[in-house]
Design a protein around this ligand. Structure first.
Ligand SMILES: Cc1cc2nc3c(=O)[nH]c(=O)nc-3n(C[C@H](O)[C@H](O)[C@H](O)COP(=O)(O)O)c2cc1C
Length: 351
């Protein structure tokens, strides 16, 4: 049955909540670069505290490995009471102890020894894409309060262990299905879920989330599961079908620290089996959305929201759920900025 469903989908396409130890009693920091700034929530460990004692710092960051930006603080950080390793995501600020450098991850990367977690950057990661840039790290200024808009999204790219190199080696035209159905060995990773924007490779839903962010200035949050999804596309398709069939609730890796401050939540996800990924259901069940305005957006091969609308109506019964969500086909993601803008104008969110 699963195989039949997989085949059907192939044909269609061919056409416990664990919280990171983010510190609540440490000040919110701000990383300022040309064009804007991102907020930084520190981890509660000795390395993060010794970085804090050196602030404000102005540093020159350089690209490393197409994955992270690195810079050297004037003094080494105190490792006496800090984790000796971590599994960085997009937005992780870490300290690579063997070399003594700070690292800002703008691509997901694997679990690494010697990588000490320092905190989580939130905001427009596109501000950090220049090859080399100068940034000032200091306490958040009064006028850099959090936005009241959250853009929460799920994307396959943030939920697999694949590195950018592996994804590119996977080949296939970006934004299309690639040829993974025919030969998984040759084309290990499908590119149905990738969008190239400038020199960055983004998940399709992430790309739309960033377009919304550019228009609204909201805070971005990537919904991620504790367990990585399969890198092979056909295995992922099967797992998605299983999870949907079983009404699974995959444990989530991190949580929105301050959901109370948001009155508008954009919720983005890829269509998985004419529904939302079950991790997104889990996200909706993990918070109280009463009184919040929730505006959905979806990327898909062709189905759009499909059955997810009914699910959102049920799960968001106490919220102001806006049914006029945005549907973007995966082939159109890279050029969707105007569509995103027009939609936000129609909703009265931007002038
Ligand atoms: C498990 C799985 C199930 C999918 N089911 C559908 C579907 O039912 N209808 C559809 O049009 N696209 C479907 N797709 C395609 C994705 O919705 C599409 O590639 C999306 O843009 C991926 O977004 P992402 O890169 O943010 O993960 C599915 C993809 C996966 C991995």
């Amino acid at each position: 049955m699963k195989k039949t469903l997989s085949l059907l989908l192939a044909l269609l396409l061919a056409a416990g909540l664990s919280l990171p130890a983010l510190a609540e009693n440490l000040p919110m920091l701000q990383l300022s670069v040309e064009g804007g700034s991102l907020t930084l929530t520190l981890e509660d460990n000795s390395a993060a505290r010794s970085l804090l004692s050196q602030l404000p710092l102005t540093l020159t960051f350089e690209d490393y490995n197409g994955t992270e930006k690195i810079a050297y603080p004037p003094e080494g950080l105190d490792l006496s009471d800090a984790p000796a390793s971590c599994d960085p995501d997009v937005g992780t600020l870490a300290y690579y102890a063997p070399w003594g450098n700070l690292c800002i991850f703008y691509q997901d990367f694997r679990y690494s020894d010697g990588l000490v977690p320092l905190g989580k950057l939130e905001g427009d990661m596109a501000l950090l894409t220049a090859g080399t840039f100068t940034a000032t790290l200091g306490e958040a200024t009064e006028n850099h309060t959090h936005s009241s808009t959250l853009i929460a999204y799920f994307t396959r790219l943030d939920n697999t262990e694949a590195t950018l190199d592996e994804i590119i080696a996977g080949g296939g035209p970006y934004g299309s299905l690639g040829n993974t159905w025919a030969d998984r060995d040759v084309d290990a990773i499908a590119s149905a879920s990738l969008t190239v924007m400038g020199d960055r490779v983004l998940g399709n839903t992430q790309a739309i989330a960033e377009m919304i962010q550019a228009e609204t200035g909201g805070d971005l949050f990537s919904i991620q599961t504790s367990q990585s999804y399969p890198v092979y596309y056909d295995d992922l398709i099967e797992q998605g079908a299983d999870e949907n069939g079983n009404e699974a609730r995959p444990p989530l890796k991190s949580s929105v620290a301050n959901m109370d401050q948001y009155d508008t939540v954009f919720l983005g996800f890829p269509d998985w089996w004419y529904d939302m990924p079950m991790a997104v259901c889990h996200f909706l069940e993990a918070y109280d959305f009463t009184g919040k305005t929730v505006i959905p957006f979806v990327t898909s091969a062709s189905s759009g929201f499909a059955g997810s609308t009914r699910r959102m109506q049920e799960l968001l019964a106490d919220a102001n759920f806006i049914e006029e969500g945005l549907e973007v086909r995966m082939y159109d993601v890279a050029n969707a900025q105007t569509k995103v803008h027009d939609w936000l104008v129609e909703l009265g969110i931007v002038p």
